[in-house]
Structures are given as C-alpha cells and as structure tokens.
Design a protein. Structure first.
Length: 382
C-alpha cells in the first residue's frame, strides 16, 4: 500500500489543486491520498474564505481519500512552523510514504534539499551573507532571497521547510515536488478570492464537480469570510491589551509592541492599522498573524504544543478501510469527534473550540453564527 500526503489550505479548491492531487497520485502510484488541511484560519494570517467543512467536502469530491486537520494553532503560523506541524501530522499518521507539494519554479526535491542545507547552516558563505542581510533590518524572507541570489516562490519556501521538518523528525517520508502549471483555466487562490470579493464568476477556475460548493456556502451566508469581517474584534483585542500583554503575543519582538499599541489606538480601521505597522522588517502577513493571535487568544507557548491527537475532517466512503488502518498505525489517537479526542489533549480541544467559535462570528448571515460547531458538526463523508 502506498500513501501520499499533501499539506494544503485549498482556499478555495481550484483546478491547480486538482492537477497537484491527480499528479501526486499518478506519479507516486498512491493507493490513498491524504490531505492535511488548514482549518478556519490560514497561513497568510487570514480567515479561510469558506469554512473547513465546506473545503473538506470539495477536497473529497475532487479526489482525496481522507482529510485531516493541521493543528489549528499552526494553521496561520509562519512557514517554518506551519510546515513543521504539517509534516509532524503526516509523520504521526504512521502510513505516509510520500509528501507531495507544488513548486513555482519547478525545482526538484533534490534542489530544495540543497537549499535546505543552506538554511540549516551547512554553507558558510550563505550563512555569512544571510547574517549581513539581517543586520540591515529587512524582513527574514527578503534577507534569505538576497543571500540565495533569487526570490523563491511561496510554495518553494514551504517545500524547503517541509524538507527541514522531515529531517528534524528523522522521518522516512519521501518529499516530492510538482511544478505548478499555468493555463486559461488556472488561477491562483488569491486571485480567485479577489474575484469572489468582486462578485465575479469563478466557475472556469474550479473543477466542475465542486463548482457548486463555494456558491452554496455564499448563498447560505456562510461565506465569503474575509479578515475585514473581524475588524472590530481585532481592534478591540489589541486596544484592550497593555504594552506588556502585546509583547507576549506570538511573533512580537524587538519593541514591535509599542508600534502595535500606538497604532491600534490611533487607527480607525484595520486596514489603516495594517498599513501603519507594516514596514520593511515586519511584513503585512506577520502583522495579520499577530492580530489573529490576539483575537483568538493564542499564546507563545501554544506554538510549542505537541498535539495529542489527529482530527479527521472527512473521509471518502470508498476509502473506509483507511481509517481502520490509521487507527492501527497512527502514532497518536485519530478520530472524527473533537469531544472524544478531548481525553487525549484537552488543551488542543479548547483552542480548537475557541477558534471555530470566533470564526463563525465572521459569517455574513447572522443566523449562521452559532457556537460549539467544533463539538456538534460531524465529519464529512462523500
């Protein structure tokens, strides 16, 4: 039996994702494809445009056999933490043979392993150049790009971090990169989200079998969800904190708490706040992550938490035996019920409940904004 995992957001699922999944299955000759998917908040420091259950349904209809949730506190973390917890989930599943991921530049896994060597301090010249660039006060990502001599794409960066995480865990999983494609019916998830915001037709960019899912969520008022939906909650959470409390948030360092406090008080909108705090050293994605951590009650220690279970979001009915295989081989408990998983990791359960309860407040339709969905919403079976 061959199993291939894909760490993903599918925000929303589109034709490029379908190509990635189908190619991963074909090239690795996988019997099963498992998606390790972000929950209701995603890596750029934003809410998912539709919730994790709708995205799970789309993923299963498009060909995945199983969808499990990437630990919720890491889903909107920087690339290194996001990758580590995604890879750790794949490793803990106990049956994953390959980890497939996209590459904007078409770099092979071997190429990315060489770049990972550099970031792991195995290239003295690169290490020196990186330190010199960091001393200029620019962001870490831009300094890495300068030291490498080219700007890697977001998926390339994640690929490097996946490889570093596999090494850290001493995992036997084999990394496998797939070059991203372009074409008339291929568009980035970011562009599709922008089109949704402008009420434009996105059907050409989605697989036909799942085209109705985002439209249905929007019709019912469970989407689209944007960070602006949480503007008042974010500004309230920042304004209600002292300098010292802001300093204790994840990703805050080097006196950034003073700029956050000052601008949270003087800014009249979330957008103006983000514009005021963002600079060459602190990217907008980093500031958004701080905003989400403040609103969601995520602490620095949470980012070091070892998840005590793996939450199943959905399963393809024809792959029913896969869950039995996982329950026998997984290094940690795995299941569909958050309530039942609480006995293995109450801390993770509490964070998951809080994050989902806040996310639903961003639904456009007030009647959909009920709480405790983490405990009452069933897994998706297709």
């Amino acid at each position: 039996m061959v199993t291939t995992a894909i760490i993903c957001e599918f925000n929303p699922f589109h034709n490029g994702h379908k190509y990635l999944m189908d190619t991963a299955r074909r090239v690795t000759q996988a019997d099963f494809v498992i998606a390790i998917m972000s929950g209701n908040f995603v890596q750029r420091g934003e809410p998912a445009i539709i919730d994790k259950w709708a995205r799970t349904k789309a993923c299963l209809k498009a060909g995945a056999d199983l969808v499990v949730e990437l630990p919720c506190f890491a889903s909107f973390a920087p690339a290194n933490l996001y990758a580590y917890y995604g890879v750790r989930t794949a490793h803990d599943l106990g049956i994953v043979d390959y980890l497939a991921f996209g590459s904007e530049t078409g770099r092979t896994a071997e190429d990315l392993q060489n770049l990972a060597d550099k970031l792991d301090g195995r290239d003295d010249i690169f290490t020196t150049n990186l330190k010199e660039n960091l001393d200029t006060g620019k962001s870490y990502a831009s300094c890495v790009a300068s030291a490498l001599g080219f700007t890697p794409g977001a998926n390339d960066i994640l690929g490097i971090e996946y490889i570093r995480a596999l090494r850290k865990l001493d995992s036997s999983i084999i990394p496998f990169s797939i070059e991203r494609i372009s074409g008339e019916k291929i568009s980035s998830a970011a562009d599709i989200r922008s089109a949704i915001k402008e009420n434009k037709d996105i059907s050409n960019f989605l697989p036909k079998e799942i085209c109705h899912i985002p439209a249905e969520e929007i019709r019912k008022g469970r989407g689209p969800v944007f960070i602006e939906n949480f503007e008042q909650a974010i500004m309230m959470s920042l304004r209600s904190k002292t300098h010292e409390e802001i300093a204790m948030l994840p990703y805050v360092s080097e006196g950034l708490e003073y700029a956050i406090y000052k601008n949270a008080c003087s800014s009249t909108s979330l957008d103006s706040f983000l514009q005021a705090v963002t600079c060459a050293r602190y990217t907008k994605s980093r500031i958004r992550r701080i905003c989400l951590a403040s609103m969601l009650g995520i602490k620095r220690d949470d980012l070091q938490h070892t998840p005590g279970y793996i939450k199943v979001l959905g399963l393809r009915k024809s792959a029913g035996k896969l869950l039995n295989i996982l329950q026998e081989n997984s290094k940690v408990p795995i299941g569909t019920s958050t309530a039942k998983m609480a006995e293995y990791d109450k801390h993770l359960t509490n964070i998951s409940r809080r994050i989902t309860d806040v996310y639903t407040l961003g639904y456009p339709n007030p009647s959909c904004r009920i709480g405790d969905l983490e405990l009452t919403h069933s897994a998706v079976f297709e």
